[in-house]
Design a protein around this ligand. Structure first.
Ligand code: F6P
Length: 352
């Protein structure tokens, strides 16, 4: 089945292609049967990605597809690192963190020429559709392939939970549990030394991890990019009020999108006189065996991805909406915006 809309002599400017491109049967090249599918992981790894790959492979094989794995994300695709993947290749992977297909943040894929080359690689291997497990950036890459006429499906995998179209992204629960356990330990030492522990958590530009981990660890202050704060009123005053009420140690959670824990700890110590120590949890939050929530969600999202392929519903993102796993159009999903609901923020304030 030939599926590309363009060849190298006529590489389009990806921005000028619209969603209409693949909706139009005259230009969509996916009229034929889907026989061969490929799966890749892209962007930052997230616990549960292996469960999602396993789901796509097992469920895809059960549906009668030949399944291929692409190593190193779009970079590997661009280089043609594509090979068949079987039932046994995904044994013993479900419980492992990271992604055994490996991942990358590909610069080579961000140009029209790069996308065209990746699409050509898929054609060389006779792949009919691609499943991309990753975050928003990875979905933009998938969308670019879709605009060239290549059928894609996106499965949301990122610890940040910052994909607008879905309530949940694979890896989010595990990373929050990892952060929570680390912060419980930091509380022990902060309490022994009567210190303020300032902990920076990941999340890129979003504060979902920070907010929930802050609630779960009983933090005195939670700083997230979505909510502007007044340092004197919301941080210094909170710590001083706590001290005047008999508190001896303090936990301050800082989402990485707000700023540096090191700088904030120094400012707190200067303003309050309370000895303060910064901790940046960093990539620790991306590792570890996935929780039940991540394993089951990843497996169910993989099943839904294969459902889309079987039903020839292409260019979809698998999402969780109102706790139900379903799928939406990739262009529509990428156009959506998401922020922490006001209610969740005001609820968190009531716990201090
Ligand atoms: O998107 C996942 C994430 O871990 C973010 O929370 C963080 O900002 C970023 O990736 C770190 O990226 P890298 O692994 O490239 O340092």
């Amino acid at each position: 089945m030939s599926r590309l809309l363009y060849d190298e002599s006529n590489i389009p400017d990806l921005k000028t292609l619209t969603a209409k491109c693949y909706d139009d049967p005259a230009v969509c090249k996916a009229e034929g049967d889907i026989k061969r599918i490929a799966v890749l992981t892209s962007g930052g790894d997230a616990p549960g990605m292996n469960a999602a790959i396993r789901g796509v492979v097992r469920c895809g094989l059960n549906a009668g597809f030949e399944v291929f794995g692409v190593t190193r994300g779009y970079h590997g695709l661009w280089k043609g690192e594509i090979s068949p993947i079987g039932r046994r290749d995904v044994s013993e992977k479900l419980q492992r963190g990271g992604t055994f297909l490996m991942t990358a943040r590909s610069k080579s894929f961000t140009t029209p020429e790069g996308v065209m080359r990746a699409a050509k690689m898929l054609e060389v291997y006779g792949i009919d559709a691609l499943v991309v497990i990753g975050g928003d950036g990875s979905f933009k890459g998938a969308r670019d392939l879709a605009r060239l006429g290549f059928p894609v499906i996106g499965i949301p995998g990122t610890i940040d939970n910052d994909i607008a179209s879905t309530e949940y992204t694979i890896g989010y629960d595990t990373s929050m549990n990892t952060a929570m356990e680390a912060i419980d330990k930091l509380r022990d030492t902060a309490s022994s030394h009567e210190r303020c522990s300032v902990i920076e958590v990941m999340g890129r530009r979003a504060g979902y991890i920070a907010l929930n981990v802050g609630i779960a660890t009983g933090a005195e202050c939670i700083l997230v990019p979505e909510v502007p704060f007044d340092f004197n009123k919301d941080v210094v005053r909170t710590i001083l009020d706590g001290r005047n009420n008999g508190k001896h140690h303090y936990i301050v959670i800082v989402a990485e999108g707000v700023g540096s824990a090191t700088e904030i700890a120094a400012k707190i110590e200067e303003a309050t006189g309370v000895e303060s120590r910064p901790t940046i949890l960093g990539h620790l939050q991306r590792g570890g065996s996935p929780t039940l929530r991540d394993r089951t969600t990843a497996s169910r999202m993989a099943i839904q991805a294969v459902n889309c392929l079987m039903e020839k519903r292409f260019n979809r993102i698998i999402v969780e909406q109102n706790a139900v796993i379903t799928d939406i159009d990739i262009e529509q999903g990428l156009a959506m915006e998401k922020s922490i609901p006001e209610q969740e923020i005001s609820d968190a304030r009531r716990l201090f």
